[in-house]
Design a protein around this ligand. Structure first.
Ligand code: UT7
Length: 333
């Protein structure tokens, strides 16, 4: 029997996006905005939007199947599904349970994690703890969103930012330092800022059935963009520093940095503070906008499948979102 400690390995990744594309030119026809403003302030050129009949679980299931296929893992062998989302199919049951049923992972425990844009890295951290303790062997971690259903399409401050989609990873137990080893995860929260980014309606404070919820449109995302921006930069830097310190690494050691894709200016500011050269920073938000919990796993899957990630690369991921929550993870690929 191998006596080296149990480690998590990422053995498969997958992602899924709606076919429907909404460009900045399309948004120019919907609100008082223009391509130049959106591009220079955010870096976003287009985003994918779910069509009627497509839900968060639709994309989560597709992403999960692709990750399982890459990992050569049968759904029946999965013993844990953790799904990060701010836009579940229903308040309950969890979208993770719907995914469990759809993919036939009948031996898995399944639950959602509410950590907004940090949902995938929070889920990865939970899966890693289960694996290191020996409580799970094969896990599926998913970040999935259909934000377009809670975006106010008449509010130019927010509607230009968000997109829909899902990303997933199969995380398996292994002994020793094999390939694709998850070296560390770090998760943090700062609940004092919860009112800067939230969905006021449809919970127990402002139920969906309240006339106030309808009259004041409390079911839409509310965000203090400027404040969120400043917190995001500092928090993602802190999360990355925690990951680097825990592994006795310097920014220079990192092969690829995959930050949460919220705003190009946030990504550039974090990279600058970490002295991370642009060519080591993975960016795809021009195509998808901010997909919240889905952004990091979609980027990881795209980076891997497009050949950007090579064997032995050190990959650092970081996220920030409503709560506030912030997080990081390091992988030796
Ligand atoms: O996933 C994590 C959570 N979210 C984020 O990380 C988002 C963080 N925040 C941001 O990305 C940025 O704050 C925004 C992109 C949302 C806004 O950029 P900004 O540089 O902070 O702009 P601002 O809010 O300071 O607005 C500047 C001006 C304002 O006009 P006045 O008051 O200066 O006349 C806005 O009304 O730009 C105006 N503006 C727009 N103009 C054209 C705001 N939205 C738009 C728009 N098109 N879509």
């Amino acid at each position: 029997m191998d006596s080296t400690p149990l480690r998590s390995r990422i053995t498969g990744t997958g992602s899924a996006l709606p076919d429907k594309i909404l460009t900045n030119a399309d948004l120019e026809r919907m609100v008082d905005t223009n391509d130049e403003w959106i591009t220079s302030r955010t870096g976003i050129k287009q985003r994918r939007i779910a069509s009627e009949g497509e839900f968060t679980s639709t994309f989560a299931v597709l992403a999960a199947r692709r990750a399982l296929e890459m990992a050569n893992c049968s759904p029946e062998d999965v013993d844990l599904i953790v799904l990060g989302t701010a836009t579940p199919d229903f308040p309950f049951p969890s979208t993770a349970c719907i995914v469990q049923h759809e993919i036939g992972a009948r031996n898995a425990a399944a639950f959602d994690v509410s950590a907004a844009c940090s949902g995938f890295l929070y889920g990865l951290s939970i899966a890693d703890k289960y694996i290191r303790s020996g409580a799970a062997k094969k896990t599926l971690v998913i970040g999935a969103e259909v934000l377009s259903r809670i975006v106010d399409w008449s509010d130019r401050n927010t509607c230009i930012l968000f997109g829909d989609g899902a990303g997933a990873a199969v995380v398996e137990a292994a002994h020793g330092d094999g390939n694709n080893a998850l070296l560390s995860t770090h998760i943090f929260s700062n609940g004092s800022c919860w009112e800067l980014l939230y969905q006021p309606g449809c919970g127990s404070r402002n139920p969906a059935s309240n006339s106030q919820t309808l009259d004041e449109k409390l079911f839409y995302i509310k965000m203090e963009g400027n404040d969120v921006f400043k917190h995001a930069v500092r928090a993602m830097e802190d999360a990355c520093t925690a990951a680097l310190d825990a592994n006795h690494l310097a920014p220079n050691d990192i092969s690829l940095f995959i930050p949460h894709q919220a705003n190009r200016r946030i990504i550039d500011a974090v990279s600058k503070r970490l002295a991370m050269p642009t060519e080591k920073v993975f960016v795809n938000l021009h195509n998808y906008g901010n997909t919240s919990a889905a952004s990091v796993p979609i980027a990881l899957d795209e980076a891997y499948r497009s050949g950007v990630i090579k064997s032995d690369d050190l990959i650092m991921m970081a996220a920030f979102g409503g709560g506030f929550t912030y997080s990081s993870a390091l992988i030796r690929w």
